[in-house]
Design a protein around this ligand. Structure first.
Ligand SMILES: Nc1nc2c(ncn2[C@@H]2O[C@H](COP(=O)(O)OP(=O)(O)O)[C@@H](O)[C@H]2O)c(=O)[nH]1
Ligand SMILES: *[C@@H]1O[C@H](CO)[C@@H](O)[C@H](O)[C@H]1NC(C)=O
Length: 174
């Protein structure tokens, strides 16, 4: 009886060890996939010129995720001025609504970005979303160019200020 229970015990332990091994392999694979996914996501977040952050008005959780998504974009790009449009989709499903229009507008105010409630099914405001995003991108580009000009102007005036006393000195020596 002892020998039998001992062998059962061994079998159980060895199956458990096998299970652990399998679990470890699965876990490692899952972690690898996740790391790869994160790298890919960061890559497109860095490369993207503009973003449509969409949630479903019928799904409060997706609304909360919208904020996380904005933070993620901020973390990856290290700047707040990224062209973004906030979209609450499936606006036709009024009877399933979990997020009010006002909440969407409020979040857009926080993001300082345009906001639309769309319906892919009824094609409500779909084109407007893309037009608004393109406008945001153009505006952002213009600001970047202006910012660059300002910077060169500033460095120019910095140089003239640096050189100014030297010039005066040269002039007074002559
Ligand atoms: N009523 C309605 N259904 C939609 C709309 N957009 C997508 N769907 C439906 O929702 C289902 C899933 O679509 P998907 O684009 O994957 O959205 P997700 O399920 O919210 O990720 C499909 O059956 C679509 O036909 C919409 O604007 N209105
Ligand atoms: C609607 O929003 C949900 C949540 O963000 C998203 O998963 C889904 O793809 C969107 N559907 C459409 C048609 O934009």
């Amino acid at each position: 009886v002892f020998a039998f229970s001992f062998s059962v015990c061994l079998t159980v332990v060895s199956s458990l060890m096998k299970l652990c091994k399998a679990y470890e392999v699965t876990l490692r694979a899952a972690l690898e996939i996740e790391a790869e996914f994160t790298a890919m996501r960061d890559q497109y977040m860095r490369a993207g010129e503009g973003f449509i952050i969409s949630y479903s008005i019928t799904d409060r959780r997706s609304f909360q995720e919208a904020r996380h998504f904005k933070q993620l974009i901020y973390r990856v790009r290290r700047t707040v001025d990224t062209p973004v449009v906030l979209v609450g989709n499936k606006s036709d499903l009024v009877h399933l609504r979990q997020v009010s229009v006002e909440e969407g507008k409020q979040l857009a105010r926080e993001f300082q970005c345009p906001f639309f409630e769309t319906s892919a099914a009824f094609r409500y405001y779909i084109d407007d979303v893309f037009a608004a995003l393109v406008r945001q991108i153009r505006q952002h580009e213009a600001e970047v160019v202006r910012g660059g000009e300002r910077k060169t102007r500033r460095s120019h005036s910095f140089w003239s200020r640096l050189k100014a006393p030297f010039h005066k000195k040269q002039q007074s020596e002559h």
